[in-house]
Design a protein around this ligand. Structure first.
Ligand code: TK8
Length: 329
């Protein structure tokens, strides 16, 4: 009898899938949400249903910052969020905050997926995380409810929500904005109430988060390329059998490829949709963008250089120069 029960129990255990959560901040109807669902599907397929990932969107598990704490502590298994928010824990992530670093998404893929991206991910385990892949958030653009940002002066005094990240705070204060850090999860309410005049995010997010309902002006600055990073809790990960780690890593890579394709396809359409929704779009002149860029130059050396180390920053420049040379040939 006991034997039979034991066998039944272990058969049930073999069948009941290992369930874990994957948190993200945007709405379910967003590029993040679509990719999260693909990720979950792939985990299920590759494990024959043995592993069950539950995507939980709309910051229902908490803001990026709160999820990071939970993942590092081991009370939440997985998440995807901005590398920018992670800098307070893993300072080398500041590399991805460098304004105007990449000329295109191909350059971002090259660095993120190459040795440098891996090297930076290598700093995560000490802080309780395992980094699996980088997803594309995208090039960031400014929106606000007051005026088009055509020149530096237009940013003056604007209450601009920025991510909880030193470089972003400093960069936008340098440009004259009244930059204030705030969790993304609180942003929509702050824009609607007027507590904040503006924010900056890629077209996809401006659309999926419905920021067009509170923001009249969209100024295309492409001032920084933002990655998202897929993180697992090291405490949890280390207890998984190697085969399961491999399945999750493989599914993450497949979901990343889907996510980048989907995000890129959506970006142009999103801009058109935002115009249809009534946003007024402008592009600052090359001269004005150059002025912004020059103002931010010292951020490289003082802020990012200090966090990631100047040798790595030079290595990045070197790799990018090599990449651009090869592309021209
Ligand atoms: C979503 C955020 C968002 C980011 C931000 O949770 O905070 O502005 O761009 O994508 O991670």
């Amino acid at each position: 009898m006991a034997l039979a029960l034991g066998a039944a129990a272990s058969a049930a255990m073999a069948q009941s899938p290992l369930t874990f959560k994957f948190g993200y901040g945007l709405k379910e109807d967003s590029n993040q949400g679509r990719a999260a669902r693909v990720f979950a599907e792939r985990v299920s397929q590759l494990s024959g249903g043995r592993l069950k990932m539950e995507p939980v969107g709309a910051a229902k598990l908490g803001s990026d910052d709160a999820m990071q704490k939970a993942v590092s502590a081991g009370t939440q298994e997985m998440m995807v969020g901005s590398t920018a928010t992670l800098v307070s824990v893993v300072k080398e992530m500041a590399l991805w905050d460098a304004p105007f670093l990449f000329n295109g998404v191909d350059e971002a893929d090259f660095l993120l997926d190459g040795a440098i991206g891996q090297q930076i991910m290598g700093k995560l385990p000490d802080k309780g995380f395992v980094g699996l892949v980088y997803w594309e958030n995208g090039f960031r653009n400014l929106t606000n409810s007051k005026r088009p940002i055509n020149s530096l002066g237009d940013l003056s005094g604007l209450k601009l929500r920025v991510m909880q990240n030193d470089t972003f705070i400093k960069a936008f204060r340098t440009l004259g904005a009244d930059a204030r850090p705030m969790a993304f999860a609180e942003l929509d309410a702050a824009l609607r109430s007027g507590a904040m005049d503006g924010q900056e995010n890629p077209f996809n997010t401006i659309l999926s988060s419905k920021f067009y309902e509170s923001q009249k002006y969209l100024s295309i600055t492409n001032h920084v390329y933002s990655p998202w990073i897929v993180l697992a809790s090291k405490k949890w990960w280390d207890k998984l059998p190697k085969a399961d780690q491999e399945i999750i890593q493989q599914a993450a890579t497949q979901a990343r490829d889907f996510e980048r394709r989907d995000t890129r396809e959506e970006a142009d359409r999103a801009l058109k949709n935002l115009v249809e929704k009534g946003m007024q779009v402008n592009v600052p002149t090359f001269g004005e963008l150059s002025r912004m860029r020059n103002r931010m130059d010292h951020i490289y050396a003082r802020d990012i250089g200090e966090k990631v180390g100047l040798p790595l920053l030079l290595q990045v420049q070197n790799e990018l120069i090599g990449y651009r040379d090869r592309k021209r040939k």
